[in-house]
Ligand binder design. Structure first.
Ligand SMILES: *Cc1c(COP(=O)(O)O)cnc(C)c1O
Length: 391
């Protein structure tokens, strides 16, 4: 057990943030850029000599691409993946000009000129997009950089087997395109035992054998742990950078990069037959102590965690009781020593003792969804690598 005094002081980063915000923040999201950079280096070491990119789509999985990407660039990352043109253009403003930015969402009609102007490389997912980019190359009078996605079993994006065969047979199919990367994506990489992993590696190899030579990329974070055959020329980690465990069957090799501390607003004594919160869903049995915490579903804390989640108070995991409401959740702190928790104390909603993976498991989802749902109204603090670069 952490001492009651320890719980009274916010964690160092959160304390600094609270001070900066005039000590009025209700919840502080701390992103550790050193941890993100360290995770990128760990994955790079693991994937070497393959080139290690960084996937920073969805605002770097909710952590803030404008801070995460420059920190990674400063550490030597030169290749970034986003989901769309708009994400790419936003990223273009914050990374060094020489950085490569690939947009996974293809080439929707009308985006060609902005892709060219922003030097965003589209990952072309279907023959229509390849034709569209060829036409753009003709009208710009220059070869245009492109990646092409080959479906190896996801059936989500990328060329189908017949489309691939047709492209390979068409001598002019890639005219005007400067192919930077052949891309495919694992369906089950986090399950090392899945037979589909080897099948996809095989399928990708066979595709590459009939295509013009260019670097190839298959592995996401989990794929990096599938062995040398999975890494090809470039790997595309996302979740592992942000501390999600890419190897769910083993100890997490990644560092925790996010913590969310929320303020206790009230502590109250209750007794049966009272209830707590909306719907009176939590019936108090005997004397109990309830702490009300300033985080709710509007902040991305899943309402599905009503009566099932946990937060860490004074070093102890305590259960969420009653419904999670828009701005608040209630936890049962009956088991803590008297005085261990009081208004203005901070509780850990996410962090080393309450990982996104653990919260996700309680909510019946994955850590990715917990991170990408992180709310906009948290007071955000960035510590580590990028901090010196901050204005
Ligand atoms: C999101 C994404 C990644 C990153 O996957 P992680 O599992 O987060 O490492 C890589 N490649 C593609 C095509 C993606 O959509």
């Amino acid at each position: 057990l952490t001492s009651a005094t320890a719980s009274r002081s916010a964690p160092a980063a959160a304390a600094a943030a609270a001070a900066a915000a005039g000590a009025r923040a209700c919840a502080v999201l701390t992103v550790d850029l050193d941890a993100v950079v360290d995770n990128w280096r760990r994955l790079r070491a693991r994937a070497a000599p393959s080139h290690t990119a960084a996937v920073v789509k969805a605002d770097a999985y909710g952590l803030g691409a404008a801070r995460v990407a420059p920190a990674l660039a400063a550490a030597g990352c030169t290749t970034f993946f986003v989901a769309s043109l708009d994400e790419g253009l936003a990223l273009r403003r914050v990374v060094p000009a020489a950085s490569a930015i690939f947009s996974l969402g293809g080439l929707p009609d009308g985006t060609q000129a902005d892709m060219v102007a922003g030097a965003i490389v589209p990952v072309l997912n279907q023959p229509g997009e390849i034709a569209r980019w060829r036409a753009a190359a003709r009208s710009h009078g220059k070869a245009l950089a492109a990646a092409i996605h080959i479906d190896t079993g996801m059936n989500r994006l990328g060329l189908t087997a017949p489309e691939l065969a047709a492209l390979a047979a068409d001598a002019r199919g890639l005219e005007g395109l400067d192919i930077r990367l052949w891309v495919s994506h694992f369906a089950c990489a986090e399950d090392r035992a899945a037979a589909m992993n080897a099948a996809q590696i095989d399928c990708f190899r066979r595709a590459l054998a009939i295509l013009p030579p260019a670097p190839a990329s298959l592995a996401n974070s989990s794929g990096i742990f599938l062995g040398a055959a999975a890494v090809f020329d470039m790997v595309r980690p996302g979740c592992g950078l942000y501390g999600i465990n890419p190897t769910p069957d083993a100890v997490n090799p990644m560092r925790c990069a996010v913590r969310l501390d929320a303020r206790v607003l009230q502590v109250r004594d209750v007794d049966s037959p009272q209830s707590v919160g909306y719907g009176a869903s939590h019936r108090v049995v005997g004397r109990a102590k309830i702490a009300t915490v300033a985080v709710g579903y509007a902040d991305g804390y899943p309402r599905a965690l009503s009566g099932r989640g946990q937060v860490v108070v004074a070093g102890v995991a305590v259960p969420v009781v009653g419904r999670v409401s828009m701005d608040l959740l209630t936890v049962d702190v009956t088991g803590l020593p008297d005085g261990a928790v009081a208004p203005d104390d901070w509780v850990q909603v996410l962090g080393p003792e309450r990982t996104a993976d653990a919260v996700a498991a309680e909510a019946g989802t994955i850590g990715y969804e917990i991170l990408t749902s992180l709310g906009r109204r948290y007071h955000r603090v960035y510590v580590g690598a990028g901090e010196e670069r901050a204005s």
